[in-house]
Design a protein around this ligand. Structure first.
Ligand SMILES: Nc1ncnc2c1ncn2[C@@H]1O[C@H](COP(=O)(O)OP(=O)(O)OP(=O)(O)O)[C@@H](O)[C@H]1O
Length: 335
């Protein structure tokens, strides 16, 4: 759906050269909810501005379906832009216009009858559950309601792609959850591809099936969200995926294993199985089991303790790792 190749954006400011995007390659499939996460200054806004051509990149390609949108100008560009909706952190609503008029605005730029515009606006208001606010002005809406208007407006032209630039960063956690659920629902119902720009991993975990981490204008890693959360943590991405560490005040008393529970495996009582089978003691040192969309995944740091008088019954580590592997639990010996 969207293929970004070797995208570079260089800003020149007086004698300064800033490489905001440095050879970005991304492959976003139709229907993906694709998260792009990075710290402040990573290049997220520059990327989104290049995708909707607010800004021209210095070099590279952006293909939407089979069209390189960087080669488009004039009418062809305007038409391509209609297929890309956008929602913003600060909603960008017209304050002097009602909710109805804000949503009708992009429709009025097309040659539609009054009735067609009306029917479309009312259908969108129903979708975002704001029919009771039809004639309200933005100033009288909550943040969540404003973003619902923003979403309805972005959907007005039936886009195939929706760019969400920090769409929930100005909202409280409960409203954030509601807006994210609405976005997920819209993506499923209309088959819209969502590109979600955020600095919050919670947003990625809640709705994104794919994720790319952007740092200093480069993609550090991209892939399936749950797979990245359950693969071996690399130093460079540790900050984003979190780390499970033993409290430093606990002395090492046995063999420490870091268990990673991939899809489905966290549902089984694997630790009690090991305890029963091998008559070992297991101490849980730290853990982080969580829900990523509909999957339960996570990491657990445990220590295997030999029982007094039963030392000879301690299983070999290989035997144990094999059992864990057979249950889809990745185990790494830490100490
Ligand atoms: N118009 C501009 N002129 C000059 N430098 C810019 C411009 N826009 C962005 N930059 C620089 O490019 C780099 C990437 O900025 P960008 O806004 O794309 O990052 P970001 O990840 O969106 O950050 P934030 O989360 O803080 O919005 C930064 O060093 C920034 O200072």
């Amino acid at each position: 759906m969207i293929k970004i190749g070797a995208l570079t954006k260089i800003y020149k400011k007086e004698d300064q050269i800033i490489k905001a995007l440095d050879g970005v390659d991304l492959h976003i499939k139709k229907g993906d909810i694709f998260g792009i996460i990075g710290l402040s200054g990573a290049g997220k806004s520059s990327l989104v501005r290049c995708i909707n051509r607010i800004e021209d990149p210095t070099s590279g390609d952006i293909f939407v379906a089979d069209t390189n949108i960087l080669k488009l100008n004039g009418k062809a560009l305007r038409e391509a832009r209609q297929g890309i909706g956008m929602i913003f952190q600060n909603f960008n609503l017209l304050s002097s216009k009602t909710v109805y008029e804000n949503i009708a605005f992009p429709l009025r730029l097309q040659k539609l009858s009054k009735e067609q515009v009306h029917n479309r606006v009312m259908a969108l208001l129903e979708k975002v559950e704001l029919t009771d606010k039809t004639n309200a002005y933005p100033v009288n809406l909550s943040g969540g309601q404003k973003q619902r208007v923003g979403i309805a407006r972005a959907l007005a032209n039936s886009p195939e792609i929706l760019l969400c630039d920090e769409a929930t960063s100005a909202l409280d956690p409960k409203t954030t959850k509601q807006i994210l659920n609405l976005l997920k629902d819209i993506s499923r119902e209309f088959g819209i591809t969502l590109v979600v720009i955020t600095h919050e991993m919670e947003v990625i975990k809640a709705i994104c099936n794919k994720v790319a981490i952007l740092e200093a204008g480069k993609v550090l890693v991209q892939g399936d969200t749950t797979e990245l959360f359950t693969s071996k943590t690399e130093e460079k991405t540790r900050h984003f995926f979190g780390e499970v560490e033993a409290p430093t005040c606990l002395p090492v008393k046995g063999t420490r294993l870091l268990l990673t529970f991939a899809k489905g495996s966290a549902k089984f009582p694997i630790l009690s199985k090991l305890i029963r089978q091998f008559e070992i003691d297991i101490n849980i040192l730290s853990g982080n089991i969580e829900s990523i969309q509909d999957e339960v995944v996570g990491k657990l740091l445990i220590e295997l303790l030999p029982q007094k008088g039963l030392a000879e019954q301690m299983p070999s580590i290989h035997e144990l790792l094999d059992i864990l592997k057979s249950e889809n639990v990745l185990a790494e010996v830490i100490i």
